[in-house]
Design a binder for this molecule. Structure first.
Ligand code: AFP
Length: 343
């Protein structure tokens, strides 16, 4: 691998190729998937950036000047990813949080050995108020034998992911990914249209700083969850209190805690007994990333990456962040009862 110095410019393409070279048996297919995703991210970033100008906010049935029906930004992001990924010959199927079933590769394109699962624009209810949103993705290897990908290929436990990442459309656009060799972050340089390596080998700090949870659900949490949150806040036990930060955009909350330390929690509650977040499109990819960065993720009873998925849009409670904070969740929620155990 080339030694990267403070002054060397490392594009995401160069980085992916160098990572591929360290695997003598790699065919380049996974590199191609990642590179196509980076391209889709640039296209989405472009739309998100001009959201206020291009009249693409919110739902609309209006036609634009080209006579095309204007779409909501999350539908646009979904279409951009599908169109960027369906023809490369590397994927055998996709699944999106925006679509009810598996997205097949059109017959006239070659099928490959990978499946892609993604949340095209997470936190999209925040777009109208200019709060960061993100794209999350997960790649697994096909396990069935036919040409097309099947449900069985998608429903693999998260520990079988071969790559996962997210893009945050914030004050700058960043793409963060892992292929199981650490977590690396790239910042989009808009002047040259390239993602450049800006955060090599991200490690989540050992001592947490932030607690990200939507406190307004407190009244419908289980008692054990309430006690856990009081411990994080230093109101019970002898822990130093964490600082509360909650954007309500998972990628933004996760990214801040990955760099600054702490925990993001979306517990089960009485209204959502399985939590809100999706196992395949949100919890699994972020769990792979956090573990690669030295952190952990659990649903309160089981390591996220060990949960056997049973359906595409399955939800799960999520506690994700630094090892110490997640261990405390596991300890305090152990045997906590049906709200937590129901995943
Ligand atoms: P939207 O895509 O509807 O904005 O939901 C975002 C999200 O899935 C995730 O990004 C947040 O962490 C979570 O929901 C926030 O949910 P609450 O509003 O219930 O706290």
């Amino acid at each position: 691998m080339v030694k990267h110095t403070a002054t060397s410019v490392v594009t995401i393409e160069r980085f992916i190729i160098e990572e591929e070279r360290s695997h003598p048996d790699a065919t380049g297919e996974l590199s191609g998937v990642l590179y196509d995703l980076a391209l889709a991210a640039k296209m989405i970033a472009n739309r998100v950036r001009s959201a206020g100008l291009a009249d693409v906010l919110g739902a609309t049935e209006h036609e634009n000047v080209q006579g095309e029906v204007q779409q909501k930004l999350d539908v646009m992001a979904n279409d951009i990813i599908i169109k960027a990924m369906d023809h490369g010959g590397r994927l055998c199927a996709m699944a999106s949080e925006e679509e009810p079933g598996i997205i097949q590769i059109p017959e006239h394109f070659k099928c490959g050995k990978y499946c892609l699962m993604f949340d095209p624009l997470d936190g999209s209810s925040n777009i109208d108020v200019n709060v960061p949103v993100g794209t999350i993705f997960s790649v697994v290897r096909k396990v069935t034998r036919g040409r097309h990908g099947e449900l069985e290929d998608m429903l693999q436990p998260g520990r079988r992911q071969v790559a996962a990442g997210y893009v945050i459309y914030g004050s700058s656009t960043m793409l963060v990914y892992t292929t199981g060799q650490g977590v690396h972050g790239f910042t989009l340089d808009p002047s040259i249209g390239e993602f450049l390596l800006s955060h090599p080998n991200i490690r989540i700090p050992d001592s947490g700083r932030y607690l990200s949870v939507n406190d307004s659900y407190e009244q419908s949490w289980d008692d054990s969850v309430r006690r856990l949150m009081r411990s994080y806040k230093g109101l019970e036990g002898d822990r130093k209190p964490l600082s509360s930060r909650y954007v309500g955009s998972l990628v933004a909350d996760f990214h801040r805690n990955l760099l600054g330390g702490g925990i993001f929690a979306y517990p089960a509650n009485r209204k959502s007994p399985r939590g809100k977040l999706r196992l395949l499109y949100e919890a699994n990819p972020l769990a792979f990333i956090v573990e690669q960065a030295g952190g952990a993720a659990t649903d309160g009873a089981t390591r996220i990456l060990d949960i056997p998925p049973t359906e595409l849009h399955q939800r799960t409670p999520l506690y994700i962040g630094g090892k110490g904070e997640v261990e405390l969740a596991t300890k305090m929620l152990a045997g906590a009862g049906e709200l937590v155990e129901a995943h």
